[in-house]
Write a protein that binds this ligand. Structure first.
Ligand SMILES: Nc1nc2c(ncn2[C@@H]2O[C@H](COP(=O)(O)OP(=O)(O)O)[C@@H](O)[C@H]2O)c(=O)[nH]1
Ligand SMILES: [Mg+2]
Length: 332
C-alpha cells in the first residue's frame, strides 16, 4: 500500500515535487490490487496535465552508448533551462542485473541535476507490465513539467517495438563494428527508426562510422516507413567528443517543428493501441491466474502426454471453459 493518498500523489506531481514523482512511479509499478486501484485514480487525475513533452525513444544493443548519449544530450538541454526525464526499459535487467548500475553511472550528470529525473527499469515485471508502467511514468513526468521525455531501451526482444509505440521520435543507435559490419541493426527496426545514429564516431572509429553511415543511408532508402512524410536520416556522433550532437539536436528540433500534425495523429493512434494492449494483457493475466483454468490445464497436460488430445483441442477446451465461466450468456 502506498503511504500517500491519491490527492497527495496528484498534487505533489503537479507541484513538481521530485520525491513524490518518484513515489508515484513506484505506485504505478506496483502489482498490488489496492495500489493498482489508486494508480488508476492518480492517472485519471493527471491525464489533463500530460502530453506536453517531446517523447523520444532511444534503442540500441547493450553497450551502444545509449545512457552516455542521453547524459551528454540531457546536459545540453538542461543547460538551456529545460527539464529532462529519462526512463529505462530493459527486460534483460531482470536476468543480468547489470544495466541498472550502468545507467546510474553513465548518467551521472543527469542523476545529480535538480531539473532531471532518471528512473531505471523496474525488475520483476513482464514486458507488458513494463510497457504499461513506462507509459504511465511518462505521463506522470509530463504532468510534473518535464519537457523532454526520453525512453531508453535495449535493442533485444520486443521492447523496442513497445517503446516505439509510445514515443513521437524513435532513434536507433548503431556502432560500426571491428569488421565494418553493423551491430544492433535488425531489419524490422528500420521501419521504426526516425533517425539512425552511428555512435562512438571518435578516434579509430571515425572513418568506419562514416562508411557505416553511407551503407545505412542506402539501406534505409528502401525500407518501408511508418511516416511517409519524414525521411529517416543517418548521422554519426560521439558522446565523448560531442561531435555530431549539434546536428542531432537540429534534426530532432526540425522533426518536432515539421511533424506536429503527424505527431498529433500518431498520439491518437497510440492511445487506442495502448487500450488494446492493456486489455489483451488483462485478459491473459486473469486467464492464466484463474484456478479452474489451471486445474483443467493440468488435466489436459496429462491427456496430452497420453496422446488422448492435441494442443489445439486442449487449448480450445481451456478457452471455452474460461469464456463460459467468465462471460456468461445474458439471460432473457
Ligand atoms: N569511444 C566512445 N565510447 C563511448 C561513447 N559513448 C559511450 N561509450 C562507452 O560505451 C560503453 C557503454 O556505454 P553505455 O552508455 O552504458 O551504453 P548503453 O548500454 O547503450 O546504455 C561505456 O564504456 C561508455 O563509456 C562514445 O561516444 N565514444
Ligand atoms: Mg544504458
Amino acid at each position: 500500500m502506498s503511504a500517500l493518498s491519491v490527492s497527495q500523489h496528484v498534487d505533489g506531481v503537479i507541484a513538481r515535487d521530485r520525491a513524490i514523482v518518484a513515489k508515484t512511479v513506484t505506485l504505478v509499478e506496483s502489482t498490488n490490487e489496492a495500489d493498482r486501484h489508486a494508480a488508476r485514480e492518480v492517472m485519471r487525475a493527471l491525464a489533463p496535465h500530460s502530453g506536453n513533452a517531446r517523447r523520444i525513444g532511444v534503442t540500441g544493443v547493450p553497450g551502444a552508448g545509449k545512457s552516455t548519449l542521453l547524459d551528454a544530450w540531457g546536459k545540453r538541454l538542461l543547460d538551456t533551462g529545460a527539464r529532462v526525464a529519462v526512463l529505462a526499459v530493459d527486460p534483460t535487467s531482470v536476468v543480468s542485473g547489470g544495466s541498472i548500475l550502468g545507467d546510474k553511472t553513465r548518467m551521472s550528470y543527469l542523476s545529480a541535476h535538480p531539473n532531471a529525473f532518471v528512473r531505471p527499469s523496474p525488475s520483476g515485471l513482464a514486458l507488458g507490465g513494463v510497457a504499461r508502467r513506462t507509459r504511465e511514468a511518462m505521463l506522470i513526468c509530463e504532468a510534473a513539467g518535464y519537457e523532454w521525455m526520453f525512453v531508453e531501451t535495449v535493442g533485444v526482444g520486443q521492447s523496442e517495438v513497445a517503446v516505439s509505440e509510445m514515443v513521437d521520435f524513435f532513434l536507433v543507435l548503431a556502432i560500426a563494428g571491428a569488421g565494418d559490419e553493423l551491430q544492433g541493426i535488425k531489419r524490422g527496426i528500420f521501419e521504426l527508426a526516425d533517425a539512425v545514429l552511428v555512435h562512438k564516431s571518435d578516434g579509430d572509429n571515425r572513418a568506419r562510422a562514416q562508411v557505416a553511415r553511407a551503407e545505412l543511408q542506402a539501406a534505409l532508402r528502401y525500407a518501408p516507413r511508418r511516416n511517409a512524410r519524414w525521411n529517416a536520416q543517418v548521422m554519426t556522433a560521439s558522446s565523448l567528443t560531442g561531435e555530431g550532437l549539434d546536428e542531432l539536436e537540429a534534426l530532432v528540433g526540425r522533426f518536432f517543428l515539421e511533424q506536429a500534425d503527424w505527431i498529433d495523429e500518431q498520439r491518437k493512434r497510440q492511445l487506442t493501441l495502448s487500450m488494446w494492449r492493456t486489455a489483451e494483457q488483462q485478459l491473459i493475466s486473469s486467464f492464466r491466474s484463474d484456478a479452474a483454468t489451471t486445474e483443467l490445464a493440468s488435466e489436459l497436460s496429462l491427456a496430452l502426454q497420453a496422446r488422448e488430445t492435441s494442443p489445439e483441442e486442449a487449448a480450445a477446451l481451456l478457452c471455452a471453459r474460461w469464456i463460459a465461466a467468465n462471460l456468461p450468456v445474458p439471460k432473457k
